[in-house]
Design a protein around this ligand. Structure first.
Ligand SMILES: [Zn+2]
Length: 281
């Protein structure tokens, strides 16, 4: 993606280097556990760590440069999603409510609870913010074998897709069903919600290319490769060695690739009704 020198979004809250546990004693949940352990082991509570362990270690200058580069990239991608969605919403006669993106390192508080790097990037409908720990990029590259800037752009566009679903009332409808359905039934809706976010990421990529022409050879493959790598079946195989389809909440690798591609090829928001699609592919 030719992103250097482009506009960076101002809708970014940079919390990197800020301890996530400011609210509770020292280090949030972990701080509380440490406190409990300290008491159990007869320790002195005044010796508590003031930060979440490992959450905010000092970066080397090399790491800091890479981190700054990545944060610039994330801000540019967010700005690009704003441009595209503002244009598409305008065509629908609507105002696009631009979401805020929170960059954090280690851990932070979100409107949806305590967030850590292990949570992975997510969108919180409660405060309408996208949360990203930049170390996820490294994880995509190394753990998921999905390198490339556009892999990360896809992840951001997917979270922005959740924001759009939230605004359109789709997420609410799905979440309301939680009480009425068994976990297994609910997961099926959750999968459709996730696949639609992938579709919306594809719609963004389509218009991004049409309006800005900044995609490079291989970018779409990077996004598809990431969609493939973070499919539920793939993740489960990696973590437990077998696949349990009833517990899927995001869709299989093939389904995630299919919906991203459909969005990318059509660019038509009306083609993304994953809820009424007979075959998710
Ligand atoms: Zn998602």
């Amino acid at each position: 993606m030719r992103w250097q020198g482009r506009r960076e979004s101002s809708n970014v809250e940079d919390r990197r280097g800020v301890s996530g546990g400011q609210v509770a004693v020292g280090g949030g949940i972990i701080g509380v556990i440490v406190l409990v352990l300290n008491f159990l082991l007869g320790g002195d509570s005044s010796q508590l760590p003031q930060q979440v362990p490992g959450g905010n270690r000092q970066l080397t200058s090399e790491e800091k440069a890479a981190d700054d580069e990545m944060s610039k990239f994330v801000k540019v991608v967010l700005a690009e999603t704003e441009d595209v969605w503002n244009t598409l919403f305008e065509k629908m006669g609507k105002d696009y409510p631009e979401p805020t993106l929170v960059l954090f390192s280690g851990s932070t508080q979100s409107g949806c609870g305590f967030a850590s790097a292990a949570s992975g990037p997510f969108y919180c409908p409660g405060d309408q913010k996208v949360y990203i720990d930049l170390s996820f990029y490294q994880m995509l590259k190394e753990r998921f074998q999905a390198p490339g800037d556009f892999a990360m752009a896809y992840v951001i566009a997917h979270e922005v897709g959740h924001h759009i679903q939230n605004y359109l009332g789709i997420s609410d409808k799905v979440h309301q069903m939680r009480q009425q359905l068994s976990d297994e039934e609910y997961n099926k809706y959750s999968v459709r919600l996730e696949l639609q976010a992938d579709f919306l990421a594809g719609v963004w990529a389509h218009h991004e290319q049409r309006l800005k022409n900044i995609l490079e050879e291989g970018d779409i493959e990077e996004a598809l490769n990431a969609a493939n790598a973070i499919g539920d079946d793939n993740l489960q195989k990696q973590s437990q060695g077998y696949v349990v389809p009833e517990s899927f909440t995001h869709g299989t690798s093939a389904q995630r690739m299919y919906w991203f591609k459909k969005g990318y090829e059509t660019g038509d928001i009306n083609q993304g009704d994953t809820f009424n699609a007979r075959d998710l592919h």
